[in-house]
Write a protein that binds this ligand. Structure first.
Ligand SMILES: NC(=O)c1ccc[n+]([C@@H]2O[C@H](COP(=O)([O-])OP(=O)(O)OC[C@H]3O[C@@H](n4cnc5c(N)ncnc54)[C@H](OP(=O)(O)O)[C@@H]3O)[C@@H](O)[C@H]2O)c1
Ligand SMILES: [Zn+2]
Ligand SMILES: [Zn+2]
Length: 403
């Protein structure tokens, strides 16, 4: 189990009264009470005496995924930290995977949320480039080693020691809590500026969904070289932003979807050129070998065979969706088409900022349904049923009298 989705290998967690280790082997991750040898191995893991800031948020406590108000502690603002008053937080499908423990790695209680925007209220003494009052965003990254090849090459999202915004284990041994909360303390090196032109609520999903689809496009030269034919599988939170980027960057965009009802809005509102219903063999056959690049954003298990057949010779299928069950990878469409399949996780901080600037230039934000915190459970139910156009965003400031 990789990256965004939790710990790789073996890591330690300390809570007030317990010490646990998380072991990930293959796709299985388990949380177990630490054995004495593990305790020695993880003597680095600290308790969290500096966690004195009381924060109100919303957490799931078990795999039912039901969210309830939850008060917890965050660290004090350190020298490299900024404290952020959270205004809005997007609901990514990854949040749903986590609250339901789809990937078997959730540490409850989990405070989800990694599409965070807000305003800085405090700045540490070593912080560069940020001031009180700045409009900022935080995505999936909470910390990285800052020293490895990936960190030095602005690909810190691939750092082997990456710590995520929630359901991660921070350097001090504390579990990270995400943006379904009123205040965040974040290391400034993982914070980005939100361009003045962009509405804060509709910009929030750019912090994860936006950069996750931008990064593969940039890597495949699709940001600065127009005129390619690209496909987007799954018209959800990630997919609809991919369509907007594809059009803004000058490409012919085909949506491949399970939902015929999305065709007109895909074309009329989002600007897609073509729409293929993935259960329609005639449409699939007609589009064989037409696409240079396909981005697969689907959250559930599905067949790759018909999708691979849509690629031209040498085309690439780039997977960012993270179903809980493994894909079957058929050999024939690969060997007869010299095609590649690869995947990626979010993007680095530098490219997140670059993406936001481009969004400012092209006036791109997410299509959102704004909800209040007391509707998070309804939103999760609707997201699970593929009933959202196209991202729920929580108006954190609209918290009810629960707090
Ligand atoms: N790699 C990364 O860094 C990264 C970052 C963020 C999210 N993710 C993952 O990406 C996936 C999508 O996230 P999201 O927030 O965009 O989710 P979303 O809003 O729920 O969109 C997923 C879309 O997939 C399609 N879909 C759903 N169930 C399907 C099924 N059974 N078969 C085929 N298609 C189906 C639907 O589109 P149609 O109605 O058009 O078929 C749906 O709108 C999740 O697994 C999430 O964890 C990965
Ligand atoms: Zn996400
Ligand atoms: Zn690193």
């Amino acid at each position: 189990m990789y990256g965004l989705f939790g710990m790789r290998s073996l890591r330690a967690i300390s809570t007030k009264n317990h010490r646990f280790v998380i072991e990930c082997l293959g796709t299985e991750c388990v949380v177990a009470e630490a054995k004495p040898s593990s305790l020695t191995l993880f003597s680095m893991a600290q308790t969290t005496p500096n966690h004195t800031l009381t924060v109100s948020g919303w957490a799931a406590h078990d795999p039912s995924g039901k969210i309830t108000p939850y008060t917890f502690k965050r660290r004090e603002n350190g020298v490299n930290d900024v404290t952020i008053k959270i205004l809005y937080c997007g609901i990514c499908h990854t949040d749903l995977h986590h609250v339901k423990n789809d990937w078997g790695i959730t540490m409850y209680p989990v405070v989800p949320g990694h599409e965070i925007v807000g305003v800085i209220s405090k700045v540490g003494s070593e912080v560069k480039g940020f001031s009180e009052g700045d409009r900022v965003g935080v995505g999936c990254l909470a910390a990285t080693c800052l020293e490895c090849e990936q960190c030095k090459n602005d690909q810190e999202n691939y750092c082997d020691n990456v710590q995520f915004t929630y359901n991660g284990v921070f350097w001090d041994g504390s579990i990270t809590y995400g943006g379904y909360s009123q205040i965040l303390v974040a290391d400034y090196r993982y914070v980005v500026h939100i361009p003045a032109k962009l509405a804060m609520d509709a910009a929030a999903p750019l912090l994860c969904a936006g950069v996750t689809v931008f990064s593969p496009m940039k890597e495949h030269d699709l940001v600065s070289t127009p005129g390619k034919r690209i496909g987007v599988v799954g018209l959800g939170g990630l997919g609809h932003i991919a369509v907007k980027f594809g059009k803004a960057f000058g490409h012919h965009v085909t949506v491949i979807s399970t939902s015929p009802s999305k065709e007109s809005e895909a074309k009329e509102r989002l600007g897609a050129d073509d729409f293929i219903v993935s259960s329609n063999p005639k449409q699939l056959q007609a589009a064989r070998r037409t696409l240079d690049f396909i981005l697969d954003t689907v959250s559930a298990q599905h067949s790759l065979l018909p999708i691979l057949e849509l690629l031209k010779i040498n085309g690439t299928l780039f997977i960012v969706g993270a179903p809980d069950k493994p894909f079957q990878l058929p050999a024939f469409p690969l060997i007869f088409g010299k095609r590649s399949v690869k995947g990626g996780i979010i993007g680095g901080i530098k490219e997140t900022q670059e993406m936001l600037e481009l969004c400012g230039k092209h006036n791109i934000t997410s299509d959102i349904e704004l909800i209040t915190p007391d509707s998070i459970n309804d939103a999760f139910d609707r997201l699970a049923k593929n009933d959202v156009r196209y991202r729920f965003v929580i108006d954190i400031a609209a918290a009810s009298s629960n707090f």
